[in-house]
Design a protein around this ligand. Structure first.
Ligand SMILES: Nc1ncnc2c1ncn2[C@@H]1O[C@H](COP(=O)(O)OP(=O)(O)O)[C@@H](O)[C@H]1O
Ligand SMILES: [Mg+2]
Length: 140
């Protein structure tokens, strides 16, 4: 388990960029932490490495955004996913099999569907714009 403290959205993005540089596809990055913690900011940093120029936003309504890249980066928001049929309809299993890098917000909602080798990223609020980012091989 590694721990990083960030003091701004830009630093959280930098943390995401660092992790992206370490990944080899296929890979799943499972993000958790409540609303406004910086999950999307972290994915924006990942995209700066994997899919430069992509416009990253929370896939709140679409549930999934594809950003291209080589390997492609695919961004999920599982906030409203409650069952297996829901999850399958996002294309999650197809993307998993495709060899992409998957960044999954609200991954705690699909805990049972995260594969071996998933990288878990948990973001906690320390107050005053500070966040603690925990990166490890198991959920916190
Ligand atoms: N250290 C920090 N890291 C990330 N975001 C921060 C930080 N401090 C303040 N923020 C703010 O918190 C919000 C995070 O938003 P977002 O990335 O969309 O969160 P989430 O996807 O977890 O809901 C942004 O408004 C950002 O400016
Ligand atoms: Mg988000």
């Amino acid at each position: 388990m590694r721990t990083y403290i960030t003091g701004s959205e830009q630093e959280t993005q930098a943390c995401g960029a660092m992790l992206a540089g370490e990944l080899s596809a296929p890979a799943v990055v499972a993000l958790s932490g409540g609303l406004g913690m910086g999950k999307t900011a972290f994915v924006r940093g990942m995209a700066s490495v994997l899919a430069p120029g992509a416009h990253v936003s929370s896939p709140t309504y679409a549930l999934v955004h594809e950003y291209g890249g080589e390997p492609p980066l695919v961004h999920f928001d599982m906030y409203r996913i409650t069952g297996w049929a829901d999850l399958e309809s996002t294309g999650y299993y197809d993307y998993l099999a495709s060899g992409a890098v998957l960044a999954v917000e609200w991954s705690e909602n699909i805990a049972a569907a995260l594969p071996e080798g998933t990288v878990y990223v948990t973001i906690e609020d320390l107050g005053g714009g500070k966040r603690r980012i925990l990166i490890g091989e198991a959920p916190v």
